[in-house]
Design a protein around this ligand. Sequence first.
Ligand SMILES: C[S@@+](CC[C@H](N)C(=O)[O-])C[C@H]1O[C@@H](n2cnc3c(N)ncnc32)[C@H](O)[C@@H]1O
Length: 429
Amino acid sequence: MATARGAEYLLTLGRWRRGLGLVTQSRALAALVPGVSQVDNKSDFLGKRSHRRHPGILQLSRVRLPQVLVDAAQLLLLESSMPNMEKQVQALTNYLWSRHLPVEPEELQRRAVHLEKKFLENADSCQMEKLCGEVLHALRRTTYHWQELSYSEGLSLVYMAARLDGGFAAVSRAFHEIQARLPEFQPQTLMDFGSGTGSVTWAAHSTWGQSLREYMCVDSSAAMLELAEKLLKGGSGSGMPYVPGVFFRQFLPVSPKVQFDVVVSAFSLSELPSKANRTDVVQTLWRKTGHFLILVENGTKAGHSLLMDARNLVLNGKEKSPLDPRPGFVFAPNKKPKEEKFSMVILARGSPEEANRWPRITQPVLKRPRHVHCHLCCPDGHMQHAVITARRHGRDLYRCARVSSWGDRLPVITPSELPPSPAQDPPES
Ligand SMILES: C[S@@+](CC[C@H](N)C(=O)[O-])C[C@H]1O[C@@H](n2cnc3c(N)ncnc32)[C@H](O)[C@@H]1O
């Protein structure tokens, strides 16, 4: 592989200015920053591969549901006598995508006090009873009313029709991230919290079917568990399951004694009624995690926000596992593909040095004549807007950047990993 000549520099936009003179808009934003990033040549990352297939590329161009699963789902829908299925599917989809997080009791209290103050300021004399009524009325009008979904037999079927493919695709992408980066990882056991239709089990079987021998599906809804089991048996209540080793439970086993290689919660933390409840569940899930904890939620503000809470909970070490003291680190951050918008975080046990530390592309890559704009999230957590050119960064990095997309990792070394350059200018503040 050709080495990247002159590849020590990236242009960083927005954070740096050069000189004080008049500059054009792009020059005002873009300046040369020495020693920021260079292509990661030490690992011979391309090998015999073309740039188009560089190992930072993680997107899954297309995900297909296994045909047996499609057939089973279609059979169950045909057998059901539910009226207006399409309308119900649309209504549930809209509801799930527009859902906010439940308002916490402390926040409600704060809002009530604020409203009470406001009313008292505006009214000369106000009877206590009337005031209470008005505060409650205003609170009801202005506060998001979160509702717990009860997955009955009917709603489970509607959920299956609405979300089986999207859920399967999102989780497949998360599994693909681990498989692509750690092909030697061969999990034997998996636990799925809020397993619903069982899409996680199907996706895990498609990815690691050779090694997985136990899938523990936990769901509080008996109807969902029954539906998932039927799907595994081709849509019927009897027969052999398509995936062997699947167990169903209604309660999360809390004992930390048994850990699972992979623990997943897909679109289920958002079903829990409070932050305290989510904290409890995340702590339990982390205790049950042997290697990877994969959390997936909708690609919405609410989904992202609760994943950040979960991530911080694990990273800040508030959760102490009596049997497994290994700390956690973020193995993979968010990805937002075109078809299925989701947020995900993959937490791993061990040390981050074990995982390859290339920065991740966090926005669509802008390809322009002879240069490429990449927004990067670097391993040390700082964000960088890099403008990559072949002349400055070498052909390898330029070509890799041109064929990469949002969510991929760029094979570069970032400043925290580079020795300080003696010629480096101090940054302007
Ligand atoms: C939105 S569905 C997600 C299903 C599945 N993970 C998927 O990706 O399609 C959420 C599931 O979580 C289950 N659930 C909600 N609260 C739960 C709890 N406290 N314990 C276990 N399961 C729960 C619901 O019954 C429902 O099946």
